[in-house]
Design a protein around this ligand. Structure first.
Ligand code: DAH
Length: 341
């Protein structure tokens, strides 16, 4: 029995030494130390031994069991270390390899211009307001004092959704004035940028979709001097100190009096050049004092409150800001063009 134990020990130890995986170890453990294992089988025969032999063999069997258990544990540790080592090696990251640069996008030039405009107005206490592009003619025209039959309501200019001309793509951001009057408490100072739509053919200065920025102030004792002072201050911030403006009389149904504002040409300083088509001035926006009827329709008493408003074309502002000569470039999304800003 002693030889048997010795044999098991030698066999098991050499088998353990060559085990390479945790699963091998486990099956060896079962083979030798398990309930039906070889060592266990020997121990079961202990009863057959004489009283003198029993403690000696018992001791030996214990030694073998301890030895094998210790060897299994040691091997297990070794294998685990080797596995970890292999994993670390396989997953190693070489931090010295140069990174792969991803090309970064940036804001579209028109939105850069818009951000500048928004910042200036927000700094003056205006709130940015967003509104629907699919609009009721009621808001786009009626509530702005452009009644049935007004030329701007013509089918040749406006995208209507229904034959009764009631639902349309807004042709201006001015209906936002009415939405503001309906939803905001007085006094009101809002800036409403967004897309507008008109039946225009695409050329260097026209597009059936373009952007406007609407602005409106309603408060007590507001006058045309506030309109001029505010817009002058804005233009100086956009185009630099000393920028000259000029206000020309005009007509809009929703303002009285109405005007258009020009900025002196930055290219020629007012002498006249191709940029300003020889005029020396460039038209940038329409504006005026809000028509008393428009205030009244929105439930605001024109005896108590007055207001001014303006609407400017955003593409034009961006074109001037970045010296872009053709409107189509703004919409074509040609990366080679956009990357320049
Ligand atoms: N909505 C006008 C247009 O599209 C621009 C405009 C003119 C807006 C005068 C205004 C304004 O708010 O007061 O041509």
């Amino acid at each position: 029995m002693k030889e048997q134990l010795e044999k098991i020990k030698q066999e098991a130890l050499s088998a353990l030494k060559s085990a390479r995986e945790a699963a091998d170890l486990e099956s060896l453990r079962v083979k030798y130390l398990g309930k039906k294992g070889e060592l266990t089988a020997v121990l079961k025969q202990m009863g057959k031994l004489s009283a003198e032999e029993r403690p000696v063999i018992g001791q030996l069997a214990n030694d073998v069991q301890e030895k094998l258990t210790a060897e299994i544990d040691a091997q297990k540790k070794k294998i685990e270390e080797a596995v970890l080592e292999a994993r670390l090696e396989a997953e190693a990251v070489d931090v010295t390899i140069p990174g792969q640069a991803r090309p970064m996008g940036h804001r579209h030039p028109m939105y850069i211009a818009l951000e500048e405009i928004k910042d200036i107005f927000v700094g003056m206490g205006f709130t940015i307001l967003d509104g629907p592009e699919v609009e009721l003619a009621y808001y786009n025209f009626d509530r702005l004092n452009a009644e049935e039959g007004h030329p701007s309501r013509d089918w040749s200019d406006t995208f209507y959704f229904d034959k009764d001309s009631r639902v349309m793509l807004r042709s201006q951001t001015s209906p936002m004035q009415v939405h503001a009057m309906e939803t905001k408490p007085l006094p009101i100072r809002i800036l409403a940028p967004g897309r507008v739509y008109r039946k225009d053919e695409v050329d260097a200065t026209h597009s059936p979709m373009f952007h406007q920025v609407e602005g409106m102030v309603i408060d007590k004792n507001v006058t045309m001097a506030d309109l001029k002072g505010t817009l002058n201050a804005v233009m100086e911030q956009l185009y630099g100190p000393g920028t000259k403006t000029r206000f020309r009389p005009h007509h809009f149904p929703f303002t009285e009096p109405s005007c258009e504002m020009d900025v002196q040409c930055h290219k020629c300083g007012g002498v006249g050049c191709p940029t300003c088509k020889g005029e020396g001035w460039i038209e940038v926006l329409g504006a005026g004092m809000i028509h008393p009827k428009v205030l009244e329709m929105s439930g605001i008493d024109p005896e108590e409150y007055s207001g001014w408003a303006f609407g400017m074309g955003l593409e034009r502002m961006a074109m001037r800001r970045f010296k872009i000569s053709d409107l189509r470039l703004i919409f074509e999304n040609d990366i080679r063009f956009l990357e320049q800003f």
